[in-house]
Design a protein around this ligand. Structure first.
Ligand SMILES: [Zn+2]
Length: 479
């Protein structure tokens, strides 16, 4: 159904917009999307991205990225697009662009920049994806992105696709470009950031930071990293482009903006934010909503503001926790089932650790005849009705059901202050008093041994680097 829709969309687009001139290269490209379609696509994807990741609230930083973003967009090859620049609330280190001019930075990448020029280089790279129309060329993947990871799509696709969603999660939201496109964006990043006065040599330095990040920080969202050319090669080519552009623009004293940038991110949340929910010892804790439940052994979990997705290691079962709407568990179930074509097999009132609940087993067949069986628990806590459901192909349901059931019936009130009062780490900027190597400085500020390497990467330095008195460095606090 969905595929058919994409195909007919493609044919319609083909008929009306066979060719368009690429704003960057000036060549006539085979272009399937008009500018209006690009903008419409971005406007559709944006609320989904914001809903699934959340925005990171920081007025000063937001104003800074919007100001620089607009300044750069104005000198780009496509100044007429309705650009928007946002910081999403994710610890992952990444930046990405969707068609129409929507550009996102994670708080993780903002924490890892060490000056304005590094930010400007990445900003230019992302604007480059838009001006060179890389996103528009990948629009069929954007179509896929518009499926989202919400409930609707979970019930409209086959189970294999579900487990892909659970395994890769938000990756579906973001486009992957080819290496040639990435090289072109690096080149445009140098051009745009140099044009607004920044030193794009710093952009090359940031690739080294990216290269040093562990898989945890780097892998969860792919766009800025995975399809990009080898960092060493990128560094060399970005330096070469920089030489050319600085000469061409007669840029003798380009801006770096180290101290101004670091002052701006002082106090920024770093790493996981426990208030969004966290996993510890096989349990998922949500201190704001005050609940906890057990995760099945070995399962993968992906937490977003909309839902918690969990997937079995063999990909044969998945669970979701989300909020349902309704005044009671039974009412929520009725509302939910009226929206989806599900065959109800059994339903009963029950309770889960003192919370009123409604348990349903249902099944659903897709158009290929694959049958899924699904266990639902609607659980009421005050005004909130939670929905936990576990789905498996019919032939696996007998084995999966007790696993689902154990996890769902472990849902209970979180009252232990030790888990309720967890705070996130925050960046604290300090001015070094006495010249020393980075290791000694970090130890002097009480940074734990097992986080020194991580802090060196965060500072874009090596632990053995000598740091002069008066230099600003990033440390972490938890208070
Ligand atoms: Zn890129």
């Amino acid at each position: 159904m969905k595929k058919l829709y994409i195909l007919s969309f493609l044919l319609a687009a083909w008929m009306f917009h066979g060719c368009a001139t690429n704003p960057v290269t000036g060549n006539r490209d085979l272009m399937l999307l008009s500018k209006d379609q690009e903008i419409a696509m971005g406007k559709e994807a944006d609320p989904q991205i914001v809903a699934s990741m959340g925005l990171y609230e920081d007025e000063e930083l937001q104003q800074f990225i919007s100001r620089k973003g607009k300044e750069m967009a104005a000198i780009s090859h496509r100044p007429e697009l309705p650009y928007e620049f946002k910081i999403v609330d994710s610890k992952v280190v990444n930046a990405f662009a969707v068609p129409g001019g929507f550009i996102y930075f994670t708080r993780g990448i903002m924490a890892h920049f060490n000056n304005e020029a590094e930010f400007a280089g990445v900003l230019g790279h992302e604007i480059g994806h838009i001006t060179a129309r890389h996103s528009a060329k990948q629009y069929s993947k954007a179509q896929l992105a518009s499926l989202g990871v919400g409930l609707g799509s979970v019930f409209s696709e086959t189970f294999r696709q579900y487990s892909d969603v659970a395994g890769q999660g938000l990756q579906l939201l973001f486009l992957k470009f080819g290496r040639d496109a990435e090289r072109q964006s690096d080149k445009l990043g140098v051009e745009y950031s140099s044009t607004i006065g920044y030193d794009s040599y710093e952009m090359a330095g940031f690739f080294e930071t990216l290269d040093r990040l562990g898989p945890d920080e780097a892998d969860a969202i792919p766009s800025f990293l995975s399809t990009h050319p080898d960092p060493a090669e990128r560094t060399v080519s970005v330096r070469k482009y920089t030489d050319n552009w600085q000469k061409k623009l007669d840029l003798t004293d380009p801006d770096v903006g180290r101290n101004s940038y670091l002052r701006m991110i002082d106090g920024m949340v770093y790493g996981d934010d426990p208030k969004q929910g966290y996993v510890e010892n096989g349990r998922f804790y949500h201190p704001e909503l005050k609940f906890v439940y057990q995760i099945p052994d070995g399962w993968q979990l992906q937490n977003s503001p909309q839902q918690v997705l969990m997937a079995a290691p063999d990909g044969n079962a998945m669970m979701v926790l989300t909020l349902a709407s309704g005044s009671s568990p039974r009412d929520a179930a009725t509302q939910f089932f009226s929206n989806y074509q599900l065959e109800e097999e059994s339903a009963s009132e029950t309770s889960v650790n003192g919370f009123p609940a409604f348990r349903v087993v249902a099944s659903q067949a897709d158009q290929q005849g694959n049958v899924l069986r699904i266990l639902f628990y609607f659980i009421q806590d005050g005004e909130n009705v939670y929905l936990m459901y576990g789905a498996a192909p019919a032939e696996n349901f007998r084995a999966a059901e007790p696993v689902f059931s154990r996890s769902m019936t472990s849902f209970s009130r979180l009252s232990d202050p030790e888990y309720l009062n967890r705070k996130p780490d925050r960046i604290r900027i300090r001015e070094v008093n006495n010249s020393d190597n980075l290791r000694s400085i970090l130890l002097e500020y009480g940074m734990p041994d097992d986080r020194l390497e991580e802090l060196a990467v965060l500072n874009g330095m090596n632990l053995t680097d000598q740091v002069a008195a008066g230099t600003l460095v990033k440390t972490l606090v938890n208070e």
